[in-house]
Design a protein around this ligand. Structure first.
Ligand code: SF4
Length: 381
């Protein structure tokens, strides 16, 4: 399969309270310059062009760009990248989309819209510092569909301060009412150095009790299953066939290119990352004509196999044993057999002739499961 492509657009209307992604506010002139730099990066990276299997444009907020900038970005992309056969997803923040922007995305080749809704309830949106009104999600879905972008995914958050099971049920129902074929549901995490974490440390917000968070995790799974959306990754649900092919590339440690400030890439076990600094990124490309690479690291067999476990055990189908062996240079049973048998006895892990996977109980304890397997892997080599 051809390598995928990730495009990072690091601009937002304003910074959300919980966000630690590389993103910030910028002027229209900054964004024009960024598109110039992206053009240069595509020319340098893909002199012969690229035909990716999947494309994902994320951020930041790609739809923070003006419609004319999105049209131009589409032209820049088309000059080097053939997206005709790709699943092409764009992250959309409701409230920033207009019919013109939706048309620009469709012209670019976007065929899947991933809406960062987080909640349909104003009080939670306010607490998260999200820069849009609760009602705009519906309007944004209608605009995307009218432009021809029919595949719809939504991101919701749970375990929000003060959120009850009924609040979450309401959000899930609202999301499903939109004919959503894919849902991503993430428990709120308190990242270092974010305003929300400072509020937590100052006692201004109460974290969601652990027991309630587990009940919410179950409610999410049950509600999605009843609506025909199956859990295929610990936080992702889809109608059969509507799984996000791009994210499956990450979870199976496939190959992808990354362009834009802060974008990461993985090609045959080598990780590269562009500088997460808009000014450096544009200056390196436009003034010095060089790629703004800040990190380059070739993963060895052990690190590659460990990363595959870390990512792949998130999938309900688990990790393909043949792939593990190709990366590690030795079989899973040989390297992790003893620990795996113990985890199997505890009902946390399942081994089939082709895959190793976490059981539903194991998915709830995924972090510890991965730590145990990773330690046994390290001890075996
Ligand atoms: S819109 Fe997304 S990327 Fe931008 S600040 Fe909010 S969470 Fe972060």
């Amino acid at each position: 399969m051809n390598a995928s492509l990730y495009i990072h657009v690091p601009f937002c209307v304003r910074k959300c309270e919980y966000c630690d992604f590389y993103s910030g506010v910028a002027t229209a002139a900054d964004i024009d310059r960024y598109i110039d730099a992206l053009q240069r990066e595509l020319e340098l990276r893909f002199p012969q062009g690229l035909k990716p299997a999947t494309v994902f444009m994320g951020g930041g907020t790609p739809t923070r760009l003006e419609a004319r900038q999105l049209f131009r970005l589409g032209e820049v992309l088309r000059s080097r990248v053939d997206v005709s056969a790709a699943e092409f997803t764009c992250e959309i923040n409701p409230g920033t989309l207009t019919p013109e922007k939706a048309d620009a995305l469709a012209a670019m080749g976007v065929n899947r819209a991933s809406f960062g809704v987080q909640s349909f309830q104003p009080r939670f949106l306010r607490a998260l510092g999200r820069a849009y009104e609760a009602g705009t999600a519906t309007a944004a879905v209608v605009m995307a569909r009218a432009a021809g972008i029919v595949r719809v995914s939504m991101d919701l958050m749970f375990a929000l301060p003060g959120q009850t099971l009924d609040d979450l049920r309401h959000d899930l129902q609202r999301a499903l009412e939109h004919g959503t074929e894919h849902l991503s549901l993430y428990a709120l995490t308190y990242e270092d150095d974010t305003p929300l974490t400072r509020q937590l440390q100052n006692g201004e917000v109460e974290p969601c009790p652990e027991e309630l968070e587990s009940e919410m995790f179950e409610l999410v799974g049950d509600t999605c299953a009843r609506a025909g959306l199956l859990r295929y990754e610990v936080s992702n649900f889809a109608r059969p066939g509507a799984e996000c092919r791009h994210n499956l590339v990450y979870w199976t440690l496939g190959d992808w290119h990354g362009v834009g400030a802060g974008a990461h890439a993985m090609l045959d076990g080598e990780i590269t990352a562009n500088a997460a600094d808009f000014k450096y990124y544009t200056a390196a490309l436009l003034e010095e004509g060089k790629l703004p690479v800040a990190r380059r690291e070739q993963l060895g067999p052990l690190a590659r196999a460990e990363t595959l476990l870390l990512m792949g055990l998130r999938l309900t189908r688990g990790v393909e044993l043949a792939r593990f062996e190709r990366f590690a240079g030795a079989g899973f049973n040989q390297l992790c057999g003893e620990t795996a048998r113990r985890l199997q006895d505890l009902g946390l892990l399942e081994l089939t002739p082709t895959h190793v996977r976490a059981t539903p109980k194991g998915l709830l304890l995924l972090d510890s499961l991965i730590v145990e397997l990773a330690s046994s892997l390290e001890a075996a080599v």
